[in-house]
Ligand binder design. Structure first.
Ligand SMILES: [Zn+2]
Ligand SMILES: [Zn+2]
Length: 403
């Protein structure tokens, strides 16, 4: 099968070159290679094979391609890997111990490879249903990998086929298209994030960033809270969509002007420190959700949150040099959100990905405008450039599509 492949050796080689040669400017597509690779096979009788119809490119993928991903979790990955953890497709093969899943079913895959997928007795986290925090990602029936896309045995959606454990498979309802279903993955990440500290109806929530995760966060907030939603967006096309999806107000990021405007809106007095951006104090957002996870989004988050307020990190920061002073000065609660697992709503425990899919099916979460660009994997270089140059291309979610 044809796939984009990734090796740790190439990653180390490019990172070392970047560190030693200041003139080295790697292309966004240098890390991966398009290749004919051996087909993926069922791990055992509890697994299924999926022909990928759409594979998404997410912010974390772009960080990886830009060589910004930490190697801190390298023990929880194995290579050569085929990236791509946003996966929708059709079942083409079913293991002998799989019931209720048939060849031809339209499915979305929960990418997490916890104890159940690995055929292990559940670890502490998995026994609570929190398989996104599993401690056994390097044990059991398959090679190391926290998620599909970083495990050499499963393939990933940047290739034509993927295998998944039966527990990872969710059926896509008849009325939901593959394109809509694909957005359930980032929407589930957003839902998992907001439930870390769900804003009450009378609270103010600031969403930093209006890329896919930021927009999905707005949809998630609209579905579970009546809080006031203020968003920051880098580009006008993002701002328009954020308003359409239900943000009460959206401010374009411009130096620290948006910080001053939002700060005033939230009842703050604005300090103008020497050599530093404006610092609103005395008011601020009850909850700030950082959908980006870079130095500037964190700087914005810590300025806009109120004293003793909460910042939820959904965007995945790795190596960042930032000034933590405002967090300290406000005794901010910082909560990290990692992918998703299960969620209990009204005493009912459900997979978060299923919750996202249900919101899409009911029409409550309108994800129609999320996928902005589609490419064949043959055109992966162009795809990565479009996905990473959002302003030039007005790109939101860029995906690979397959016949
Ligand atoms: Zn992702
Ligand atoms: Zn586990």
């Amino acid at each position: 099968m044809k796939a984009l492949t990734l090796t740790i050796d190439k990653y180390i080689q490019l990172r070392q070159k970047q560190e030693t040669d200041i003139n080295f400017r790697p292309n966004i597509y240098d890390l991966v290679e398009l290749k004919e690779v051996p087909d993926v096979n069922l791990i055992n009788e509890n697994w299924v094979k999926i022909k990928v119809k759409i594979g998404g490119i997410c912010g974390a993928d772009l960080n990886l391609l830009s060589l910004k991903t930490s190697t801190c979790l390298s023990n929880f990955s194995s290579f050569p890997a085929i990236p791509g953890h946003e996966i929708v497709g059709l079942i083409t093969e079913v293991g002998s111990n799989v019931k209720n899943i048939s060849i031809g079913d339209k499915v979305i895959i929960d990418e997490n490879l916890g104890c159940e997928a690995r055929g292990l007795v559940p670890c502490d986290s998995c026994s609570k249903g929190e398989y996104n925090l599993c401690s056994n990602y390097d044990k059991g029936d398959l090679s190391p990998g926290a998620i599909i896309g970083y495990c050499k045995d499963t393939g990933g959606s940047w290739g034509e086929f993927v295998v998944a454990h039966k527990s990872q498979v969710l059926k896509i309802p008849e009325s939901v298209s593959f394109e809509q279903a694909l957005v359930a993955e980032p929407l589930a990440c957003a839902i998992h994030g907001i439930f870390k500290h769900l804003p009450r109806d009378d609270e103010n929530c600031v969403v930093i960033g209006c890329g896919t995760i930021g927009l999905a966060t707005i949809l998630a907030l609209k579905s579970f809270s009546n809080c006031n939603i203020i968003a920051t967006a880098k580009y006008a096309f993002q701002s328009e969509l954020a308003e359409k999806l239900g943000a009460d107000e959206v401010f374009l990021v411009k130096k620290d002007l948006h910080i001053k405007k939002i700060g005033r809106k939230l009842g703050c007095r604005i300090l103008s420190p020497v050599m530093e951006d404006a610092l609103p104090i005395g008011g601020g957002a009850d909850i700030v959700i950082d959908s980006v996870g870079n130095a500037s989004s964190l700087a914005n988050s810590m300025r806009l949150v109120k004293a003793k307020g909460t910042v939820i990190l959904i965007g995945y920061p790795s190596y960042l040099e930032i000034d933590w002073t405002p967090f300290m000065a406000k005794e901010t609660h910082i909560v990290a959100s990692n992918i998703f697992s299960n969620l209990t709503i009204n005493n009912e425990k459900k997979r978060t990905l299923q919750v996202a899919l249900d919101l899409i099916e009911s029409g409550q979460a309108n994800v129609k405008n999320f996928i902005s660009h589609k490419f064949s994997i043959n055109d992966y270089k162009k795809a990565f450039e479009v996905a990473s140059n959002k302003s030039q291309n007005n790109s939101i979610k860029t995906v690979f599509i397959y016949d």
